[in-house]
Write a protein of this length. Structure first.
Length: 92
């Protein structure tokens, strides 16, 4: 079940619970309360997992940045390669 589906379910359960409370017959709202508690707990678990995943990604990015700092700088002058390629083409 997606996060949107879970939010939608929570909304529907709240609406249904309110209808039961507002009805002239006094029904027990415990089944709706229990389902709402399960939905709320699931939303909390997902939020915690999302936050932990984001923290892990930030840590991974920081480690990569630290590793890249220690890499040797790139030689961006490729004129020797271009000249060798040109000569090879001319001699063929």
């Amino acid at each position: 079940m997606s996060d949107d589906d879970l939010t939608s379910l929570s909304r529907r359960l709240h609406e249904d619970r309110e209808k039961v409370i507002d009805s002239s017959a006094r029904f027990d709202t415990r089944p709706w309360d229990e389902e709402l508690a399960y939905v709320k707990r699931e939303q909390q678990i997902r939020k915690i997992r999302h936050e932990e995943h984001e923290k892990w990604l930030r840590k991974l990015d920081a480690e990569q940045a630290r590793q890249e700092i220690n890499l040797p700088s790139a030689d961006l002058d490729n004129s020797a390669f271009v000249a060798a390629s040109y000569l090879k083409e001319r001699l063929s």
